[in-house]
Unconditional design. Structure first.
Length: 337
């Protein structure tokens, strides 16, 4: 029988920062292969790029799919636990969710339930590469239960994301003679200053559009006028990206080059009778899947407020509760498939 807490810790202790998911993918392939030997299913490595692959397991016709991601944000730190929580990178986002889904699958199989699947993907934290690859290879699923930290509440809406790189160029010179050079960092700072002043759309359900200047890099030395500088920005969308794109173009102007890297729209979900609901401000793989894996739902154990932080942790009670909730959802959705 799956020990959800032990499995969570084993998963957390395998470093799987985005683009380096292969070791955790192999671990999951072996874990699900053991489950398949007991219950006569099938498990596959589904190639995404180079040594990166999704892991897909199914028992019968995969009408309902439980899915979440294998990758984490940096930096990696290993697991530990106390009486109430399991701590470590990915404990909440989303390795505890993987463990709860596998626990739910085992419970369903022991109860004689078939016609569902598990899909664990790469790349959610960066560009949804695994979800986009899966969307090109649908398997007939009618419903997708995507796992993200929602405190086991069914999300009714989630924000989208619009990612940019802003790159400025300049001219090298000795810093004692700045008039002989052209500072790329000054140009970038001016552009970012205008970005920070933007008034962006609000939505009655999802709230305000927010901007995070997440990475700034550039320059060569403190005594050199910098010839290059770059920033990476994530904007949390609440609706149509068009006015945000227009505002960003105006803000940056001719100070630097503005490159759009990724756009995932905000999304709304249907409720499901009998399940508590919430609204979340983050972005998920669901828009990348589209409807290729069926009508989507979003639910998982954990609190998003501690994800991506040094305090990342997940409640043991929520992990156990999630396994039960996932079983209920799969059973309910299969009855209507």
């Amino acid at each position: 029988m799956t020990d959800i807490l032990q499995l969570t810790r084993e998963l957390v202790d395998i470093e799987s920062v985005t683009n380096h998911e292969a070791p955790v993918g192999e671990f999951l392939f072996e874990t699900l292969s053991r489950l398949n030997r007991r219950f006569s299913g099938r498990v596959e490595r589904c190639p995404v790029k180079a040594d990166r692959f999704n892991v897909f397991a199914h028992w019968g016709e995969p009408l309902v799919t439980l899915s979440t991601h294998m990758d984490t944000v940096p930096p990696f730190f290993a697991s530990h636990e106390d009486a109430d929580f399991i701590w470590g990178r990915g404990s909440a986002d989303a390795k505890g969710i993987i463990a709860s889904m596998i626990g739910a699958a085992e419970g369903l199989l022991e109860g004689g339930v078939r016609n569902f699947s598990l899909l664990f993907v790469v790349g959610e934290e960066r560009n949804s590469a695994g979800a986009y690859a899966a969307a090109r290879d649908p398997r007939g699923s009618k419903f997708l239960i995507n796992g993200e930290p929602t405190e086991n509440k069914l999300a009714l809406a989630s924000k989208g994301v619009l990612r940019y790189e802003i790159e400025a160029t300049g001219k090298l010179a000795h810093s004692a003679y700045p008039e002989l050079g052209e500072s790329a960092i000054d140009k970038l700072l001016d552009a970012l200053g205008e970005v920070r002043k933007l008034t962006l759309p609000k939505d009655a359900l999802l709230g305000p559009t927010t901007v995070n200047i997440g990475v700034i890099s550039g320059g060569r030395a403190p005594n050199v006028i910098p010839d290059a500088a770059k920033a990476e920005i994530a904007i949390r969308l609440v609706g149509d990206p068009a006015p945000v794109r227009e505002a960003m173009t105006r803000a940056v102007g001719d100070r630097a080059q503005l490159r759009e890297i990724l756009c995932i729209p905000a999304i709304t979900f249907d409720a499901l009778d009998g399940f508590e609901t919430s609204i979340v401000a983050y972005t998920t793989d669901v828009p990348a899947f589209g409807l290729s894996w069926g009508k989507p739902f979003l639910l998982g154990p954990g609190n998003i407020h501690v994800a991506h932080t040094n305090e990342e942790r997940v409640s043991k009670k929520e992990l156990f509760a999630a396994a039960g909730i996932y079983r209920q959802m799969v059973t309910k959705l299969l009855s209507s498939a």
